[in-house]
Design a protein around this ligand. Sequence first.
Ligand code: F6P
Length: 368
Amino acid sequence: MAKKRVAIMTGGGDCPGLNAVIYGAVRVGIARYGWEVLGVEDATRGLIDLAYAFPHGNQWLTLESVRPILSRGGTILGTSNRSDPFNFVVRNADGTEGTIDVSDRVVENFKKLDLSALISIGGDGSMRIAKLLIDKGIPIVGVPKTIDNDLASTDQTFGFDTAVQIATEALDRVRDTAESHDRVMIVEVMGRDAGFIALHAGIAGGADAILIPEIPYRLEPIAETVKARRAAGQTYSVIVVAEGAKPKDGQASVGEHKAGAMPRLMGAGMRVADGLGPMIAAELRVTVLGHIQRGGSPSNYDRVLAVRYGQAAAELVERGEFGRMVALRGGEITSVAIAEASAANKRVDPRGQLVSTARAIGVTFGDE
Ligand code: F6P
């Protein structure tokens, strides 16, 4: 009997643990089920154009080739957040960028390669694309990833734990220097429209203020916190600002917006510093952690979760349960419909336990 040929790809922004999912899925797929596994380059890019080779193109994965990748950050397959085949970015004759639908090419190439299934590892954008490709007849199993942890259908995405760990370590480091110089330090973290990284790292890293998109802030309560600390002899403060944080009656700080991509969030920390500076008699400094949160070796927790997701994805493919995304619920790996996964985002509950815990230990969210 012919071997089953399964493709695997990573889409959207990278995050620690992508390689660990590939490792888990490939080991189960090859060693247990005898598959051939094709690693697709740069999300759907490698299926839109089979000659695409930036830098190496699609590659057949083996037990040997995935052996060293478990602990490696990034993704050996490359990724892209501008490879939506339904809105594929092209350059117009006048030099501007536009989008076209090349999804039929993905379907054709999937057949040409004689593939029987695709494992798509990605965030909400990748799951939305997966859902549309399923509707065009491609059998897909999804695996949720994002450092933002903003997918409602899974308790946790892999990559989040590592990002929180990195942000927490940054807060610890920044506090030392804040204390030495009697400064107010602002640390901007990622998370898009969700404040999970800021909230978790803020609590773990002992922040005095945590500003998240779900709780619009005013500067006055933050200034009051800084002043009260100074009056009590704590001459420094640490403020963690989620990149999507917004002032009451204001919007998130947005930078460039390229065709086929989400607008870039930038400037949230600087905006707080600019507003707060004149209100307090202290020096301010801003640190933007940026992509440092996305690189590096995954935490133990993320490695274990990622390998479990990889195994579960391979098993769904083997059982022919397509249109499903693996998920973590109550500590157990299960699966949900990709349609459901792509529809529902998760946000910090402003009335939830974690926000209450932070408030109880004296953290301000800038709202009261
Ligand atoms: O969704 C993951 C994420 O890291 C967000 O936290 C951040 O806003 C965005 O991706 C950054 O994307 P890019 O790598 O395109 O700058």
